[in-house]
Design a binder for this molecule. Structure first.
Ligand SMILES: Cc1cc2nc3c(=O)[nH]c(=O)nc-3n(C[C@H](O)[C@H](O)[C@H](O)COP(=O)(O)OP(=O)(O)OC[C@H]3O[C@@H](n4cnc5c(N)ncnc54)[C@H](O)[C@@H]3O)c2cc1C
Length: 493
């Protein structure tokens, strides 16, 4: 494919698909994104791609998306082929086109000394167009093998593995303990970031391709784990990494203190399965404190605003990242710089270098009223280790609801013990080429790599499927993930 627009970036500035006005959007639970986009606008953004000899954007993408090709196809108006190129490496481009932090944009060559190509907006536009035009259809296998595969967990990793294995002709059953499939795409990420209707239409595609879903079924509780080994030819454990990190300080057992993943699924209308929001999970007229500065904390801030909180304070123990790249953090490395989250754009207070000491019940009614904290400063000691020093002792923050978003610590207590699977030190499953210590049992996604990103989970699901297909049949036509030098299994949660 010849690419004749090396100077497009000189003609057009970077112009992503915008978010809605913060004041307007925080008044509802609809998506924060502008829903409509203009074809010519996206074409000009595609033209900004220089189609570099060494496409560093691709090495920034954990699934090796063939970004220059689809940028060029969009520039030429060949949206259908752009969609095919997109689907060649990514089963669910809308999951990433709407939610990915877009490490590819950070590594885009233009980002060296100009504004990067709006890769994420272009990806979103291609897949939006695909759904609108009816180009995304079920693609069941022409022939079936006799092999049966169980997938445990229906987040992006489980779904990607299921679709790939099903397309290879195997019979696939997905076990999901929640009422509906989708994992954190459905029960973690709020409607404001990604409408659940978009998860549903993908699930319809998967069902029509022949994948069976057994929902409300917890392996280890409703189905013995031995079933995986005894009744299936192979299994893939994709149970995520949802064990929350607690803050076990005085007052932790007061009412009004919840983990983020207790709160988010019940507080968002599209996620709570039609059940009214329980009072305990309603931030209306409350002063809310969110402990943790990652994506999960940001989603708590955004949800609390939408519920009508009087004030939302987001507290982070570490310092605020700098505006400019620090020394030694050069392109194409991922920038360690400050970025305002969508929910911080909508308001609230950001506090950095604050170490929570105690939750206080000042009126003795058994519920949290205040948070007592220290303000700290961070310095490196002689060995280069970071140490904190208290600079203000008696910091108080009003709090009648506290949401703990301090990260995740591997898969929840594993119900797979009877299988004798070895676990790694970080609590994830010990694997070699996705195969656990037990023959035929594989693991993928956050359960394998630790808490990460949707794009990484999709890549792991695809890769695991390839290894499972090879395990079953001795060969595989499923596509490999492109080799990348990407090292960003970073936790943003
Ligand atoms: C609030 C929040 C916001 C996030 N925002 C973003 C974002 O904006 N962008 C981004 O890229 N990433 C984001 N992430 C991270 C991303 O959602 C995860 O990395 C991704 O979903 C991991 O996919 P997974 O398939 O490995 O696991 P999960 O999505 O966690 O799915 C695991 C599934 O396994 C099921 N399960 C567990 N145990 C069993 C069992 N024994 N039997 C049956 N089923 C079981 C669970 O119910 C769940 O459905 C966010 C995470 C959170 C918590």
């Amino acid at each position: 494919m010849s690419k004749d627009h090396p100077d497009g970036y000189l003609k057009h500035g970077r112009e992503p698909i915008h978010k809605r006005d913060p004041d307007e959007r925080k008044g509802d639970f609809e998506e924060i994104w502008e829903q409509k986009w203009d074809e010519d606008h996206l074409k000009s953004q595609g033209e900004r791609c220089m189609s570099c000899g060494t496409p560093t954007c691709m090495s920034g993408c954990p699934i090796g998306n063939i970004i220059p090709d689809w940028n060029d196809l969009v520039y030429r108006g060949d949206w259908k082929r752009a969609l095919e190129r997109l689907h060649a490496t990514n089963n669910f481009p809308e999951f990433t086109g709407y939610n990915c932090p877009a490490p590819c944009e950070n590594t885009c060559t233009l980002n060296y000394n100009d504004d990067p190509v709006t890769i994420k907006s272009i990806e979103r536009a291609i897949v939006d167009r695909g759904w609108e035009e009816g180009w995304i259809e079920p693609d069941p296998p022409e022939q079936r093998t006799d092999y049966e595969v169980a997938i445990v967990g229906s987040g992006p990793a489980g779904l990607a593995a299921a679709q790939q294995l099903n397309r290879a002709g195997h019979y696939v059953t997905v076990y999901e303990r929640d009422a509906h499939p989708g994992g954190l795409m459905r029960y973690g990420i709020p409607d404001a970031k990604f409408s659940k209707k978009k998860v549903e239409r993908r699930l319809d595609q998967l069902r029509e391709e022949g994948i069976e879903f057994e929902c409300g079924v917890e392996v280890g509780e409703d189905v013995p784990p031995e079933t995986l080994a005894e009744e299936y030819d192979a299994a893939c454990i994709a149970v995520g990494s949802q064990k929350p990190i607690d803050i076990p300080i005085d007052g932790r057992d007061l009412d009004g203190i919840h983990f983020a993943m207790e709160y988010l699924p019940r507080a968002n209308p599209g996620q709570n399965d039609g059940v009214a929001v329980p009072e305990a999970m309603d931030a209306e007229d409350r002063s809310v404190v969110v402990l943790g500065g990652g994506d999960t904390g940001a989603d708590c801030v955004g949800t609390a605003h939408r519920q009508g909180a009087t004030q939302v304070v987001q507290i982070e123990l570490l310092p605020r990242p700098p505006e400019e790249r620090p020394e030694g953090n050069q392109w194409p490395d991922q920038p360690q710089t400050y970025e305002k989250s969508y929910s911080q754009e909508e308001g609230g207070v950001e506090e950095y270098c604050v170490q929570t000491q105690e939750f206080l019940d000042t009126d003795g009614d058994g519920a949290v009223d205040e948070l007592h904290a220290h303000r700290v400063e961070w310095d490196q000691n002689e060995d280069g280790e970071w140490e904190s020093t208290v600079v203000e002792e008696d910091m108080r923050v009003e709090a009648d609801m506290v949401l703990i978003a301090a990260g995740f610590d591997g898969p929840e207590e594993t119900p797979f013990d009877p299988l004798g699977l070895e676990m790694a030190d970080d609590g994830t499953f010990e694997t070699d080429d996705y195969q656990t210590s037990v023959d035929g049992i594989f693991a993928a996604g956050d359960a394998n790599s630790g808490p990460s990103l949707i794009v990484w989970a999709i890549g792991e699901g695809r890769d695991a499927a390839r290894h499972i297909d090879e395990y079953l049949t001795g060969e595989t036509d499923l596509p490999p993930s492109l080799e990348t030098d990407n090292e960003m299994v970073v936790s943003r949660r």
